[in-house]
Design a protein around this ligand. Structure first.
Ligand SMILES: O=C(O)C(=O)Cc1ccc(O)cc1
Ligand SMILES: [Fe+3]
Length: 449
């Protein structure tokens, strides 16, 4: 690609995986596929940071082949995200925010009443999305120090991202062999509902990963928790939102740390690069970032890893890093099979989303005229709700982003519906980032670099 063409094309995408050389498509075929996709003028080239293999993901037929190829090497055992634990100042109130605004239901509790003397944890769920909010109960003590320090530095935030696995001991042992830092050795937790095996390792910043093996567990969350069966009264006021599972969880990192974090997932967990956005030129007029998506062997769990890149103004990733105090979880994408329904009622519950200018929809409608992709949803409704659309010849996705969920401009949420498209909305990045930057500017943080 020439310099001139790079100047014309705001987004250069690199989609790549660690595929044995020569296995799949040529870069040329791949580029053709991309330029059809979304009707965006993207260009594609192999990533320098990877091996010399041609890019090989097309979000359609390659997954099976890749999975079969990989599974000999790493027996995966990842089934899904299990839950996310947040450290917060007031777990009762934080849980209530997600119940009221996002339509979660309370499912379990542990605290003084269950003889948990140091920490209160409120667990909420929607579909299989499970969030646990934990707060310290006492003015001093080990857990008060641990949770207090986390909140002092990061504000309310995600402390632990737990995966549901079939072999907790195996994954933990392999990770330790490959240099993981242990937080908790495989531990058997038991109560009258059965047994759960859980182990944790350090992931990035102050964030950890846990491996949860639900051996035969029938309880509401984890052993020691009391079930909450009473329905939240707000559930009667609006219909169920219909968020069903965590699609991906994204982390942000300080400049020049993305590559080492990605290598950590490769080396320690045996994950692979699933997709990436060009390190060079994903940008708006003002700022840019780099992103590599890592996935486990079976690609059931996907985690994009971001870092800021130099631009005229401060990158949104840099803003996050400064307010979070380093690496941390940036957004969680919550899947739904009916985004129009979900977003309509999330708005009715007072959930706040980023807004998108009408020019986005004018451009999109024009591009769609020249594409075989047919969007089933009503375009005017999507526009009215500020839902973004990205597509290629394998299908399309619909996505929308909330404003930050706490006072610090750190963690936010994405609602996503997929129609056969396994990307992350690259065609929307420019409009999305401009929307984020409008808010960043409002906060006085879109500063010159
Ligand atoms: O990559 C993803 O998962 C997205 O949903 C797009 C995105 C990328 C980077 C951001 O800072 C915010 C959103
Ligand atoms: Fe996302």
């Amino acid at each position: 690609m020439t310099k001139e063409s790079r100047g014309l094309l705001p987004l250069n995408l690199v989609l790549s995986t660690l595929t044995p050389p020569g296995s799949f498509e040529t870069p040329h075929a791949w580029a053709g596929f991309i330029s059809k996709s979304s009707g965006h003028k993207y260009s594609v080239r192999p990533s320098k940071s990877l091996n010399s293999a041609p890019p090989a993901v097309n979000f359609r037929g390659r997954f099976t082949a890749l999975r079969r190829r990989r599974s000999g090497k790493f027996s995966s055992g990842y089934q899904s995200f299990d839950h996310v634990t947040f450290y917060v100042g007031n777990a009762l109130q934080a849980a209530t925010f997600y119940i009221a605004r996002f339509g979660f239901s309370p499912v379990a509790y542990s605290g003084l009443e269950t003889n948990s003397r140091d920490v209160a944890t409120h667990v909420i769920r929607q579909g299989t999305i499970t969030f646990a909010f934990a707060s310290a109960l006492n003015p001093e003590g080990k857990m008060t120090d641990e949770i207090g320090k986390h909140i002092w530095k990061h504000g309310d935030g995600a402390k632990d991202i737990a995966f549901k696995v079939t072999d907790c001991r195996g994954i933990y042992a392999k990770a330790m062999e490959r240099g993981a830092t242990s937080i908790r050795e495989p531990t058997e937790l038991k109560d009258e509902h059965g047994t759960v095996l859980i182990a944790s390792i350090h992931a990035f910043g102050d964030t950890t990963h846990s491996f949860v093996e639900r051996v035969d567990y029938k309880g509401p969350f984890l052993p020691g928790f009391r079930a909450i069966t009473e329905e939240d009264p707000l559930m009667k006021l609006t219909p169920a939102i219909g968020l069903d599972f965590i699609d991906h969880i994204v982390s942000n990192h300080p400049d020049h740390q993305m590559e080492s974090v990605v290598q950590w997932y490769e080396r320690v967990l045996g994950w692979h690069r699933f997709w990436s956005v060009d390190d060079k030129q994903i940008h708006t007029e003002y700022s840019s970032l780099r992103s590599i998506v890592v996935a486990d062997d079976s690609e059931k769990v996907k985690c994009p890893v971001n870092e800021p890149a130099k631009g005229k103004k401060k990158s949104q990733i840099q803003e996050y890093v400064e307010y979070y105090g380093g690496s941390g979880a940036q957004h969680m994408a919550l899947h739904t099979s009916d985004i129009i329904h979900a977003v309509s009622f999330l708005k009715q519950r007072g959930c706040k989303f980023l807004t998108i200018p009408s020019s986005y929809y004018t451009n999109l409608k024009e591009r769609l005229k020249h594409s075989p992709t047919v969007i089933k949803e009503d375009m005017d409704t999507l526009q009215k709700l500020n839902i973004l659309i990205d597509y290629d010849d394998t299908g399309y996705l619909l996505q929308i982003f909330t404003k930050p969920s706490q006072d610090r401009p750190t963690l936010f949420y994405e609602v996503i519906q997929r129609h056969g498209h396994q990307g992350f909305g690259a065609g929307n990045f420019k409009s999305l980032f401009e929307a984020i930057e409008r808010d960043q500017n409002d906060r006085g943080n879109l500063t010159d670099m």
